[in-house]
Design a protein around this ligand. Structure first.
Ligand code: ASP
Length: 426
């Protein structure tokens, strides 16, 4: 979601206004007036904003994923470098998500809301339908073999129509297949389709950009509804959630990146950090892997002395296709919101979230807020209302800046590891 650099302050102000006004209204207004304010003013304001985001999701997700896979596949054509890149991407993203999901299960930042407040929030956000029904129904109705078979769609268009009711994952599987098919064909034949998908992806990000101009008001409305209903508890839970994401990102960078640098790239992690500090600061400031790419390429060559051919490939592809920080963040966020809404996720469902988050790391555009549309859809698919994303949107900017740092660092670490394998240290 293209949240431009300058626009995070108004959104943060929207969050602050929502919290303060929600708490004030909760303690100062009669119940009937409060109910009217929430259901007739605050909720519709939030809804308008979210619906504009939602309408871009179905075209956006397949186009981004097809392009992501096609690009990794293109690198696959250059053989070893491509394969190693793919392997590192999958292992790093998998480790990131498992770390995030594991810590969220341990810390449980979304739990602790009084039952009555939770029930009220569930009813508000899901238009009265029981949250989690989709999950429990799906769990009851299908055996594992059937559920796995159903991941392969008979009709991708029908899945697209039902994307918000469980069709997204099969649609993503189709997108993976299409991306792989494009990568296996010659460039001249596939170029028109890739150009079309690139234009479609760009246009959808634009629509989301339009929505973001309404974000301060939308976020204020959504947060007002939540705090007016659930009180101060929500603020504490949000603080825990932010701390958890930041802690998990740091742990991933230190353990996984530090370990990979030491053992696979045979480099000193501290030196590496020094050489890439300018790039990482730019990633933090812009919240965009793609905007940081020119600097990343330059630093890889000049500061980090990564072989040019390897660096150019790995970093260009990685800017969109390797997003470990995003994958980690998606896993934590989906679980946090499920906890918040009291949706119990079985082990199988958590595995789905993990797989989904790894895919999201590949399919997310390297722009500010690029991962938010994907969260909406996975939430819907596991039975949490997509509107729940409004709860975290106000604090997303700082998390976006931080996960982008981890995304870009991951690209450079992979480039260094693949580079070391190609040109053993002298
Ligand atoms: N802002 C991230 C990036 O550009 C993507 C995201 O997680 O929203 O790397």
């Amino acid at each position: 979601m293209a949240v431009k650099g300058k626009s995070h302050w108004p959104i943060l102000a929207g969050l602050g206004a929502g919290v303060v006004l929600g708490l004030a209204a909760r303690s100062g207004l009669p119940a009937a007036t409060l109910e009217w304010l929430v259901s007739s003013v605050a909720q519709p304001l939030g809804q308008v904003f979210l619906r504009i985001v939602f309408m871009a999701v179905v075209p956006l997700v397949p186009s981004a994923l097809v392009l992501g896979v096609a690009e990794i596949g293109d690198v696959g054509k250059v053989g070893r470098v491509g394969l190693r890149t793919l392997l590192y991407t999958l292992v790093f993203s998998g480790a990131a998500v498992l770390l995030g999901v594991g810590l969220t299960n341990l810390v449980r930042p979304g739990e602790g809301l009084p039952e009555a407040a939770r029930a009220e929030l569930q009813a508000r956000f899901s238009g009265g339908a029981a949250v989690g029904t989709a999950v429990s129904n799906a769990g009851k109705a299908k055996g594992t073999a059937q559920a796995l078979t159903d991941l392969i769609p008979k009709n991708p268009l029908a899945e697209a129509v039902n994307a918000f009711e469980g069709g997204l994952i099969p649609l993503m599987v189709f997108s993976l297949a299409l991306g792989a098919a494009l990568a296996a064909m010659d460039d001249e034949t596939t170029k028109p389709l890739k150009d079309l998908l690139r234009a479609l992806q760009g246009a959808m990000l634009k629509i989301i950009g339009f929505a973001m101009t309404l974000a301060p008001v939308g976020v204020a409305g959504l947060v007002f509804s939540v705090t007016a209903t659930a009180g101060l508890d929500v603020v504490g839970m949000l603080a825990k959630y932010v701390a958890l994401v930041l802690g998990a990102l740091t742990l991933h960078a230190v353990v996984v990146y530090g370990g990979a640098l030491k053992f696979f790239a045979r480099r000193d992690p501290v030196e590496f950090l020094k050489g890439s500090s300018g790039v990482l600061m730019t990633a933090f400031a812009t919240s965009s892997s793609s905007a940081t790419l020119p600097l990343t390429l330059q630093a890889a060559r000049e500061e980090l002395k990564i072989p040019r051919a390897v660096g150019d490939f790995v970093l260009t592809v990685g800017a969109t296709a390797n997003q470990n920080g995003t994958a980690l963040y998606e896993g934590v966020t989906v679980l946090f919101l499920a906890q918040f809404f009291g949706v119990h996720l079985s082990l199988g469902q958590q595995v789905t979230v993990v797989l989904y988050s790894v895919m999201a790391g590949v399919g997310t555009a390297g722009v500010p807020g690029g991962s938010l549309p994907l969260i909406v859809v996975v939430l819907q698919n596991i039975g949490v209302p997509g509107e729940a994303i409004g709860i975290i949107l106000g604090v997303d900017r700082v998390l976006d800046m931080s996960r982008t740092v981890v995304n870009v660092a991951g690209d450079m670490v992979i480039a260094a590891c693949v580079g070391a394998a190609e040109e053993p240290a002298t």
